[in-house]
Design a protein around this ligand. Structure first.
Ligand code: NDP
Length: 323
């Protein structure tokens, strides 16, 4: 009896060793074939933008009109200025008209309301976006609600969020829609997969959870009050981090072979005093464990701008009955 137990223990040890060797080998292969695992948001965004540009050129000859996007920015927040510049440059690159309104931080709520009313009635404008955050004396919510739902380029109007909830066609929030496009372009089948979204903001987490649900994933949403977060994230076939905490998702929180999408954009100063952008996922640690992973920068970020162009084009097509 004792001899049999000893043999069983030896067998377990041998099997455990083989498992460990295989895991190390897989990790090495994963590291060696790193470029295959990375989801290149920049390249996918360029491809979609080229398709958008081609459609705009075709539609111009059909209806003698191009889509127009109006970006409203108040104040001089450096991060917002960079995002707005990026959006306006992308607009021009694909042949859209860009109507930038860059207003001083002293701008009052009533002035913004009347600007939105004008843009709602401007036939050349098909998409309107208010760059957030706004200075603290302004209330963003009534302004977002004032944008005509058909011109709601950011997909944040209650009508469009309601359509998402009901599964009806409509304008979708750009960042979550960008994540869905990345998954689609990477041929990740979501049906029946367990997707865990960390973060429940109205901008990212909540709409993304609904989009994943519509794609037949089984969805869990985690947030700051979720106890033992790692035990939830480790169950994810698709793990999406939209938290705003630099590199908080570590390797031990990720299931081997999971698809990891990092929405976070955090500016940090590293130990050498250099400022750089990092995501919510510890990329160096997690990349060897994941089957696919998005980098920061160059992952979700370029898709957000692309979906803004996509939404403006979609509104334009709806207006002119173009397909
Ligand atoms: P919010 O601050 O609005 O939401 C953060 C969410 O994370 C909240 O739901 C919060 O939970 C949750 N959270 C905070 N701490 C923890 C924690 N320790 N454990 C689990 N959950 C936690 O951020 P956003 O959704 O607007 O943005 C998230 C990140 O994505 C940011 O880094 C932002 O810069 C980035 N971003 C990137 C975009 C892109 O284009 N790539 C576009 C938009 C955002 P609770 O609700 O309980 O407070």
């Amino acid at each position: 009896m004792i001899g049999e137990l000893h043999q069983l223990r030896q067998l377990c040890w041998v099997l455990g060793s083989i498992g460990r060797i295989l895991a190390i080998a897989y990790t090495r292969v994963a590291v060696l074939s790193e470029t295959k695992l990375h989801i290149d948001g920049k390249a996918i965004a360029q491809q979609i933008q080229a398709e958008i540009a081609q459609k705009i050129a075709e539609y111009r000859s059909q209806v003698n009109q191009v889509p127009g996007l109006a970006v409203i920015m108040v104040g001089d927040n450096p991060a917002s200025s960079a995002y707005v510049r990026n959006k306006e440059t992308a607009c021009r690159r694909v042949g859209m008209q860009s109507f930038g309104s860059h207003l001083p931080s002293s701008t009052q709520q009533a002035e913004l309301e009347s600007l939105i009313d004008q843009l709602n009635h401007n036939d050349q404008v098909h998409g309107i976006l208010v760059q957030l955050p706004l200075p603290s004396h302004l209330d963003a919510i009534p302004l977002l609600h004032r944008i005509h739902p058909d011109k709601d380029a950011d997909g944040l109007h209650p009508n469009n969020l309601g359509k998402l909830l009901r599964g009806e066609q409509g304008l979708r929030s750009c960042t979550p829609a960008g994540v869905m496009k990345l998954l689609e372009h990477t041929n990740i089948d979501l049906a029946g997969k367990h997707a865990v979204v960390v973060g429940r903001s109205i901008l990212v987490g909540k709409p993304l959870a609904l989009m994943l649900l519509a794609a037949n994933a089984t969805v869990t949403i985690a947030h700051s009050r979720t106890p033992d977060l790692a035990s939830i994230t480790r169950q994810a076939d698709i793990l999406i981090a939209a938290v705003g905490k630099p590199e908080m998702i570590k390797a031990e929180m990720v299931k081997f072979g999971a698809v990891v999408i990092d929405v976070g954009i955090n500016r940090i100063t590293d130990y050498e005093g250099n400022s750089r952008l990092v995501g919510d996922v510890d990329f160096e640690q997690v990349a060897p464990v994941a089957s696919h992973i998005t980098p920061v920068p160059g992952g979700v970020g370029p898709m957000t701008v692309t979906m803004l162009l996509h939404n403006t084009l979609w509104s334009f097509c709806q207006k002119y009955g173009l397909t």
